[in-house]
Each structure stands twice: as C-alpha cells, then as structure tokens.
Design a protein around this ligand. Structure first.
Ligand SMILES: Nc1nc2c(ncn2[C@@H]2O[C@H](COP(=O)(O)OP(=O)(O)OP(=O)(O)O)[C@@H](O)[C@H]2O)c(=O)[nH]1
Ligand SMILES: [Mg+2]
Length: 128
C-alpha cells in the first residue's frame, strides 16, 4: 500500500491503498468485490461484459482501508464499445497500487486469462 494518510485520533497510523481486480469476462470480479466490501456495490450477472465502467468499493479493517477497483472483463475486442471497455479495464489496473488477477478455476489459465497474464508483463505495479 503506497499511501499513508495522517493518523485519526489516538488509533495510530491509518493505511490505505488501491487494489484493482482484473480478469476475463465472467471471472467473478464483481462477486469478489461485493464480498470483500460486504455490500452489493457492483452488478453481478451470469452474462459476460456486465461491468462496463470502473466501480470502486472500500473495505475497512482496523486502521486500514483498501479501495478495491472492479473493472470490465478483458478479452480480445472487436467492436468499438468492446475496445473502450478493455481500455477502461487496463486503465483501472494502471491506476492501482496492486493488481489482482482473477482466474476462473474451472476454466484455468487459457484463452483470455492467458492473454491477460502475458500483457501483465507491461504493467509496472506489483501483482497478486
Ligand atoms: N461457481 C461459481 N460461480 C461464481 C463465482 N464467482 C462468481 N460466480 C458467478 O459467475 C457469474 C459472473 O460473476 P461476475 O461477478 O458478474 O463476474 P465478472 O468477472 O464481474 O464479469 P464481467 O463484469 O462481465 O467481466 C455470476 O453468475 C456469478 O454468480 C464462484 O466463485 N463460483
Ligand atoms: Mg463485473
């Protein structure tokens, strides 16, 4: 976490940072965000490309705040709207302190997930 903000009251130093959740369409990014935040902040459906813009949710634990960034699924875009969503997703990743790649365990590391992993080489942020 890169950003330290001034201590609030007598509780000591507060730490905060941004974590981007990226992955193929339908990997479960929005589901995970909602679970981490404990509220339904991002739409979840069985359809691919449900998330079309960046959605942020904040998880607070003791003196730490993590801002999770839900992003549109990354895939090989053909239409203009698709390209815009994929650009948005990579933009979200590049704005974060840490990038977390979600892989659907049933699909494994192939197709879109494998392509994302390859492109992550060009992203400077720590990855998990
Ligand atoms: N079996 C199973 N299904 C899951 C899990 N996480 C999410 N899902 C289901 O997968 C579907 C897609 O979930 P989303 O959270 O919308 O996926 P997403 O990665 O945000 O999708 P996009 O926004 O379209 O990129 C939904 O039907 C979820 O209920 C999981 O851990 N296990
Ligand atoms: Mg989503």
């Amino acid at each position: 976490m890169s950003e330290d903000v001034p201590a609030a009251g007598a509780q000591g130093e507060t730490r905060s940072g941004f974590v981007a959740l990226i992955g193929a369409p339908n990997a479960g990014k929005s589901t995970l965000l909602n679970q981490l935040v404990g509220a339904k902040v991002s739409i979840v459906t069985h359809k691919v490309q449900t998330t079309r813009a960046i959605v942020r949710g904040i998880a607070t634990h003791e003196n730490a705040q993590i801002v999770f960034i839900d992003t549109p699924g990354i895939f090989n875009p053909r239409r203009t709207l698709d390209r815009a969503m994929v650009t948005t997703a990579w933009g979200g990743a590049k704005d974060a302190d840490i990038v977390a790649l979600l892989i659907d365990a049933e699909r494994g590391i192939k197709g879109d997930a494998a392509a994302i992993l390859e492109k992550l080489r060009d992203v400077a942020q720590p990855k998990s």
